[in-house]
Design a protein around this ligand. Structure first.
Ligand SMILES: Cc1cc2nc3c(=O)[nH]c(=O)nc-3n(C[C@H](O)[C@H](O)[C@H](O)COP(=O)(O)OP(=O)(O)OC[C@H]3O[C@@H](n4cnc5c(N)ncnc54)[C@H](O)[C@@H]3O)c2cc1C
Ligand code: SF4
Ligand code: SF4
Length: 441
């Protein structure tokens, strides 16, 4: 009797560097090697310890310039040739690491939006996030859920359904009346560990930024802050786009090895969803609380914003007249205020105007200021640097006034006026006044 012939195993080979191709991209190959067999030279090129290489091909796949390839000894090449000729079914080795990762990620399902509220008043950004969340959930073929944490906040579940959620996880308890990082982090982590969502979106507000970072750290996942675009790739990864390197490039960031994938998005970056009156869904009430004694933060008194009634929230304004360095001085902003008053709007500013002390910081529009989405944005004496554009380019209509016809602001403007703003702005204000007067007589 003869022994049954064993099926030959497909050789895996070892990685090798092709001379003169590496661009020293920053050791991407080294960072993915599961057995740490890649060292980097001072020139930023890899040296592969061939005897330790397990032939997983990760470095080959990650290299942006195909500077790495798999090397097979003549004997291995012979086996490969024989396998190809015999067309015998090759026993593909399953990468145990990849299989374990896929299993771990598959345990997480669903897109969740954190519904931010203060004393029962929801933050508008939560509904904006349900809008983009709906698209993500559709791409993934999963449910869109909301996470509501607070005290006597059941009415927010109804609102969440009206804005597209089909399920709400509700933690309703006096413990959550005030936002405190500790209690909210415990609550979020409890829900995440119990129900395992694959995507969580939060507003990039004071509360959202505080909470998201702490939660991501606790559950051991990644967080991309201030995203301006969200989409799903063909491997169910969330592609999180945000400005990087001072806003000069847009980076797409992925968290492909950990779940949930967490992002924050600023108010007004995503369009508002349409409210569907009467929409319903499932409420999952969870009784989770933590002992009050274990929370170190105590709220003694709430002192309202010192700006009081005079404070202006440019993020909610429908008409914004913004001034930049071209305004030449703080006194000239009165001219913008006059125009804003005629329109029923508010005055905004570029960072240059804020840095010069001409306008307060809460009026700054842009990457390090506020993101706005008014019906009309009038940019006066603003050049249109990318850091300013990211904060206003989604306005419904942009009017730019600049004496430099090549100013980049004209690239995003619906209407551009090339001219001296000291002549143009009073003329516009005068015309609006005349039109208003005409319509009342
Ligand atoms: C990390 C980082 C973050 C930043 N964040 C922000 C941000 O959040 N918001 C922001 O705005 N910037 C931000 N900036 C700064 C940004 O790069 C620009 O420097 C700034 O936006 C320029 O402001 P400006 O357009 O008012 O000034 P300038 O670029 O100096 O433009 C002035 C414009 O006024 C025009 N002008 C002058 N006189 C007249 C006149 N009489 N009539 C008509 N037009 C006239 C000029 O032609 C010119 O185009 C950031 C920069 C960095 C590096
Ligand atoms: S093939 Fe895999 S084990 Fe070998 S060097 Fe590349 S990443 Fe490391
Ligand atoms: S990934 Fe490619 S380009 Fe980057 S360091 Fe490695 S070999 Fe060079």
């Amino acid at each position: 009797m003869t022994e049954p012939k064993q099926k030959p195993k497909k050789p895996r080979g070892v990685a090798q560097l092709l001379a003169g191709v590496c661009i020293a991209c920053g050791a991407r190959c080294q960072s993915v090697c599961p057995v740490n067999c890649i060292e980097m030279t001072d020139d930023g090129e890899p040296i592969i310890d061939a005897p330790r290489c397990i032939g997983c091909q990760k470095c080959v796949k990650v290299c942006p310039v195909q500077a790495l390839e798999m090397y097979f000894t003549p004997e291995e090449q012979q086996i490969l040739a024989e396998l190809a000729a015999s067309a015998a079914p090759v026993e593909e080795e399953i990468d145990p690491e990849a299989a374990a990762l896929a299993k771990k990620l598959a345990a997480y399902r669903g897109v969740w939006v954190f519904v931010e509220q203060t004393e029962g008043e929801p933050a508008k950004v939560s509904w904006e996030l349900l809008g983009v969340g709906k698209e993500l959930a559709a791409s993934l073929g999963v449910e869109l859920c909301a996470m509501v944490i607070g005290d006597q906040v059941e009415h927010l579940c109804t609102e969440a359904f009206a804005h597209g959620a089909s399920k709400v996880y509700l933690l309703d308890h006096p413990l959550y009346w005030h936002y405190r990082t500790e209690s909210y982090v415990e609550a979020c982590c409890h829900l995440i560990e119990k129900y395992k969502p694959e995507v969580i979106l939060m507003g990039a507000t004071g509360m959202g930024r505080d909470l998201a970072g702490a939660v991501a750290t606790r559950v051991g996942t990644g967080l991309t802050a201030d995203c301006t675009g969200l989409a799903i790739d063909d491997k169910r990864n969330l592609m999180q786009t945000r400005p990087a390197f001072g806003g000069n490039i847009m980076a797409t960031i992925m968290c492909d090895k950990f779940r949930p994938q967490m992002s924050t998005v600023r108010p007004n970056v995503m369009p508002m969803t349409e409210r569907v009156e009467g929409a319903t869904g499932t409420i999952i009430r969870d009784p989770f609380t933590v002992p009050e004694e274990s929370i170190l933060t105590k709220v003694i008194e709430i002192i309202r914003d010192s700006h009081g009634k005079g404070a202006v929230d440019i993020t909610g304004a429908e008409f914004i007249v913004s001034g930049g360095r071209g305004m030449m001085g703080p006194e000239n902003f009165a001219m913008l205020q006059e125009l804003a008053d005629e329109l029923g709007g508010v005055v905004g500013a570029s960072r240059s105007a804020v840095d010069a002390g001409w306008m307060p910081g809460d009026r700054q529009v842009g990457q390090t200021g506020k993101t706005v989405r008014p019906k009309i944005y009038i940019a006066c004496g603003i050049s249109g640097a990318i850091q300013h554009l990211v904060g206003m380019q989604d306005s419904d209509l942009v009017i730019a006034i600049n004496r430099d016809k090549n100013a980049p602001i004209f690239e995003v403007a619906t209407y551009g006026i090339v001219g001296d703003l000291f002549q143009v702005i009073p003329a516009i204000t005068k015309t609006i006044r005349a039109l208003k007067h005409k319509s009342t007589v």
